[in-house]
Design a protein around this ligand. Structure first.
Ligand SMILES: O=C(O)[C@H](O)COP(=O)(O)O
Length: 388
């Protein structure tokens, strides 16, 4: 099996134009192993693989350091006591791209509260008529790009769920598995939820509102349990907990997808999605990332690594959190990043879930938006200007 994997890796590499130079003639099967080791193996596993190779082939190389690997910017170098091999693919990026995983992100279309310019957060508002149109178009763009999602994830919020439904309808993929998870919800906007964005600027000042909207770690004011906006006061979630016996399962969160900020509930009352939230609740982008990133890593990354094309229909800030992690965007830079409604954002990821840079992406993102690029820029400006 190992040899087969190595052979596949080498074939792949050759298909992408890799060249191999050896200081001494080497049996082909060792080349297979070199490739398997270097290219198909995520960085975290290389050391383990190296030990395995040393043990397995130590007798042939009769040297403890039979496989010393170093990586130059343009090549992989493998050495043993007898030989040295330099592998120089014309483009390492092309080689990485050979094993890429496709992730399609789409922020929900314009919602009724986007239209009315209100802070929304976890308030479950529907799409506006324009929002429906936007995401039908998003579905067409995804289809025209030849992207066929195999597995879908979305939040517990109808604007994202409806977005996903439209996209799956347009791509004729309504049958694929869909997981709904609160960890993909919009960032909870605390006591700002329901307030008019412009009136909030008039009352608190543009700078303060910008800090609440776009700073990395300053959360908006909290809500407590007396507020209708506290997650524990969302009645349908208590019912879910009763039906599911307090557990997760199909309805939307994996057994291991534990949030960092709240505990799984033991009773069916005053919970949201089966989780008991603290008495005071609000979220910054940082704390949003602290639930989005582990959810992605534990539940979505394995699906991508298995070769499936994944679509995530989510929200402005849960997606900002996700791309901050994927693209390694700094805290200051993320403050400038706005994600437009109803616009597919396509990532190609390597096995380590690092984005493979694509032509036409808008820095600091490595994913590329589908659609009319000028219209997308205008939409991004529109999000930014909600609090002028
Ligand atoms: O929750 C909201 O109000 C929006 O979906 C995102 O709002 P923002 O662009 O003001 O963060």
């Amino acid at each position: 099996m190992f040899a087969a994997a190595a052979r596949a890796a080498l074939t792949n590499a050759y298909r992408n134009g890799a060249r191999v130079r050896a200081a001494a003639p080497i049996p082909k099967k060792f080349v297979f192993l070199f490739f398997c080791f270097s290219i198909d193996t995520p960085v975290a596993h290389r050391e383990r693989t190296s030990i395995f190779l040393r043990r397995r082939f130590a007798s042939r190389f009769s040297h403890p350091d039979a496989f010393v690997v170093s990586r130059r910017p343009d090549a992989f170098v493998f050495s043993s006591f007898r030989l040295s091999v330099v592998v120089t693919p014309p483009s390492l990026a092309a080689l990485r791209a050979a094993d890429k995983h496709t992730l399609v992100l789409v922020r929900h279309g314009e919602s009724m509260w986007n239209l009315e310019n209100k802070f929304t957060g976890w308030v479950d508002v529907p799409l506006s008529p324009k929002g429906h149109e936007e995401v039908i178009e998003a579905g067409r763009l995804i289809k025209d790009a030849g992207l066929l999602p195999d597995v879908a994830f979305t939040s517990l919020q109808k604007r994202a769920i409806r977005t996903l439904w439209h996209v799956l309808e347009e791509t004729d993929r309504m049958w694929i598995p869909v997981t709904k998870a609160w960890q993909l919800n919009e960032r909870h906007y605390g006591a700002l939820q329901g307030l008019d964005k412009q009136e909030t600027v008039d009352r608190y000042g543009k700078d303060q509102v910008l800090i609440w909207r776009r700073s990395y770690d300053v959360p908006p004011p909290v809500v407590d349990r007396s507020s209708e906006h506290h997650p524990g006061n969302d009645p349908r979630e208590g019912k879910w907990t009763e039906w599911m016996g307090g557990g997760g399962g199909e309805r939307g969160y994996g057994e291991d997808a534990r949030p960092l900020t709240c505990a799984r509930a033991t009773t069916a009352t005053a919970t949201y999605a089966g989780f008991d939230f603290p008495d005071e609740w609000t979220e910054s982008l940082k704390t949003t990332l602290e639930r989005v990133a582990p959810y992605f890593e534990e539940n979505i990354a394995p699906v991508l690594r298995s070769g499936k094309t994944v679509i995530i229909a989510a929200h402005g800030n849960s997606l900002r959190a996700l791309v901050k992690g994927l693209d390694g965007i700094g805290e200051d830079v993320i403050a400038e990043l706005n994600i437009p409604t109803g616009t597919p954002l396509v990532y190609e990821l390597d096995d380590d879930m690092r984005p493979i840079p694509q032509d036409g992406s808008f820095a600091p993102l490595n994913g590329r938006y589908l659609g009319d690029q000028d219209a997308i820029r205008a939409r991004i400006e529109g999000v930014k200007n909600q609090t002028k």
